[in-house]
Design a protein around this ligand. Structure first.
Ligand code: PEP
Length: 230
């Protein structure tokens, strides 16, 4: 990745007209970083058509091929509507939909088969952090998802306790974790996510082994996005 990547996960927020207005206020012409917007599935075709200079991603994909899976969206469908990325294994899906590492691994395979870049989320709970087992937990996740040590994947490290909480690990902690991960998986592209906004984005961008950021709340404000992307 030459330019740092900023992935904005909109989750189940904002209506379509608000999404259009938001993106019209993003300084798309003068971006210093690569921006990927991950809206609700149903907005993707409209937004892909309206904002040709932006890249779009989905927030999830099915672990299955096309078939009888009510309510699911296949990676092949996402490719056809212009998705370049898909977030896989976000902690909210792991918690609310019971997704485990094996399921995340199957989704990863489906994304790759459909030529979509997966953004694979890993991260520890506060309990794991307090036990001092963060690295062990992250390495177990990478192993069980099936991340190869000699392939290029985009991994988003998102401590669960940092998401939407206003609390983050220190930059030094993230740096140390990334260095350990890179030591074992040298080809991974590493993003940090969890309570990043204009006030702290530059500190994280200062980490030499960091390839980008995954933002939630801050991605719902054009002003904040413009500041993070400047
Ligand atoms: C997220 O949910 O992936 C996230 C990073 O959220 P926030 O930036 O709001 O903490």
């Amino acid at each position: 990745m030459t330019q740092k990547l900023v992935v904005a996960n909109w989750k189940m927020n904002i209506l379509l007209h608000e999404a259009v207005a938001l993106l019209e206020s993003v300084n798309i012409g003068s971006l210093h970083k690569s921006l990927v917007i991950c809206p609700s599935f149903i907005y993707i075709p409209t937004l892909v058509d309206a904002f040709k200079k932006l890249d779009f991603g989905a927030q999830d994909c099915s672990a299955n091929d096309l078939g009888a899976y009510t309510g699911e969206v296949a990676a092949a469908m996402l490719y056809e509507i212009g998705c370049k990325y898909v977030i896989i294994g976000h902690s909210e899906r792991r918690i609310s939909c019971g997704e485990d590492n094996q399921t995340v691994g199957r989704k990863l395979v489906k994304a790759l088969e459909s030529k979509i870049t997966p953004v694979i989320c890993i991260g520890e709970s506060l309990e794991v952090r307090n036990q001092g087992s963060t690295l062990e937990h992250l390495f177990k996740q990478l192993e069980e998802i099936g991340i190869s040590r000699n392939k290029k994947f985009v991994i988003a490290y998102e401590p669960i306790w940092a998401i939407g909480s206003g609390v983050t690990p220190s930059v030094d902690e993230v740096k140390a974790i990334f260095n350990k991960i890179k030591g074992a998986y040298p080809y991974l592209q590493l993003l940090y996510g969890g309570s990043v906004g204009p006030e702290n984005a530059d500190e994280f961008f200062g980490i030499d082994v960091l390839d980008g950021l995954l933002v939630g709340g801050a991605g719902l404000s054009a002003q904040k996005l413009n500041q993070i992307l400047s």
